[in-house]
Design a protein around this ligand. Sequence first.
Ligand code: G3P
Length: 224
Amino acid sequence: MIEFYLDSVDIKQVSRLHACLPLKGVTTNPTILAKAKLGVNQVLPEIAFIIGSEARFHVQVVSQTVDDIVEEAIQIDALPYDMVVKIPATETGLAAIKIIKDKDIKVLATAIYSVQQGIIAALSGADYLAPYVNRMDTMGCDGVKVVADLQLLIAQQGLNCKLLPASFKNTLQVIEVMKLGVKAITIPIGIAIQMMEHPAVIPAVEQFNQDWNAVFGAKLSYES
Ligand code: G3P
């Protein structure tokens, strides 16, 4: 089954959605943590408590040099959870990924904006790639097509690398990349909620209740 992540550290909403979705864990980035004004050491224990010890966390490095990224990745990996280290797929980041792969640390190459950049990150040893679907769409580039091309190239090269598309602003984008058979995905809270909603659902359920109550009152189905 697809690894399904929430791209959020909103504890209340993660808890709400964990109750009804098969969550593998959460993905974070420096912007998400900064906006929440919550650090990794505040967020991870709370979310691990909600999801359970099997929760997987994707945490991004903020270091700027190869050596510093490698050291930060080692420290992130040492956190007492199932950790994946997110590294931006820049020239510096790719150099760090090559080194980190020899250390048996799980790596996600993030900030993927093109097929070219993505396949290089996969060839460098990334375990996951995060193509930014909506950000590419808003730049006039077909984000779903980039994911499809990466999927093809990864398969052709026989690489052990999962696509984990990120950056979604509507549910159609989510379904289009899922139809490609990606093995992981991360979506924002609002989009996850939208995926469960349809304007016809609540009226349909209310009608069922009305019809039932009119004939059987408070009886439950097995009591009727
Ligand atoms: O981590 C990357 C992802 O969160 C980007 O999403 O919504 O900022 O484009 P967005």
